[in-house]
Design a protein around this ligand. Sequence first.
Ligand SMILES: C[S@@+](CC[C@H](N)C(=O)[O-])C[C@H]1O[C@@H](n2cnc3c(N)ncnc32)[C@H](O)[C@@H]1O
Length: 283
Amino acid sequence: MLELSNMNELIDTLICTDKANKVLAESYAKALSVPFCEIDSSSEFSSKAFAKILSEKTSKDCVLLMDEGGLHLQILHPSVFKIQVNFVSSQMEYRRTKGGGRNQLIAKAVGIKPNVFPVVIDATAGLGKDAFMLASLGCHVTMVERNPCVRTLLEDGLRRANKVAEKNSELKIILERLKLVSGDAKELFESQLIESAEVIYLDPMFPHPEKRALVKKDMQMLQFLVGEDEDAECLLESALSTKVGRVVVKRPRTDEAIAPEQASYVLEGKRNRYDIYLHSSKS
Ligand SMILES: C[S@@+](CC[C@H](N)C(=O)[O-])C[C@H]1O[C@@H](n2cnc3c(N)ncnc32)[C@H](O)[C@@H]1O
């Protein structure tokens, strides 16, 4: 797992502007071993002016920010941009309700069929979008994330979504299918976690900086935090060495496969493709 000390080379402060969630924000800061700082945001600031105030509290290019919208990674340099895990954003709602349901490539890639909803380990959870989509299609999904900061963003995203779900039974059912586990998936593949899994889903970070323009902005910003997943080939090999019968790798459409092993078949979309490795002898 990424050491907290490595993470702290990128982030050295968690700033809270939301009095109501001060205790929670402090607990996140403590768990991540980053200093906590509270600022009064009662005055109206432009986002530029606010970024300047935040910049004065850190020597790094980003901070963790707990505001009324929850926990964010606030990038301050080279551009001002925030990312967070938001399972109930309008974008997620649109993808869930109008994104094509079981006809989406991701559904076909993991093997969803009428009344067949495989149990999935999403070994590269990131901002949880793919995991949430699979859960909304009916799969039970264990999200594994090794970056402590991303894992905390996921934890906070689940907390906020669960609040919304108190008044939304459909969302509640979806969230009940999602579980978050912290750690390096390569190590967790050797644990009990793997016992009930039918699919391992991998979406390692896009490797080539020169192709970053092809990736959505939030993924570019996430890359700022987690870097490149240089051990992606190793992760795939570990996944293939488990008894799980189906391993799915999401890749940019035109990119090479992450390992020399030949995929059993490939599903290709406009931007992405899914390399599917089947191990019938193991399933
Ligand atoms: C491209 S992002 C995944 C995006 C995700 N599919 C989504 O829909 O938001 C890759 C994430 O996988 C995590 N990751 C990469 N290798 C991992 C491993 N071996 N174990 C756990 N997490 C890993 C990275 O820290 C990063 O957050």
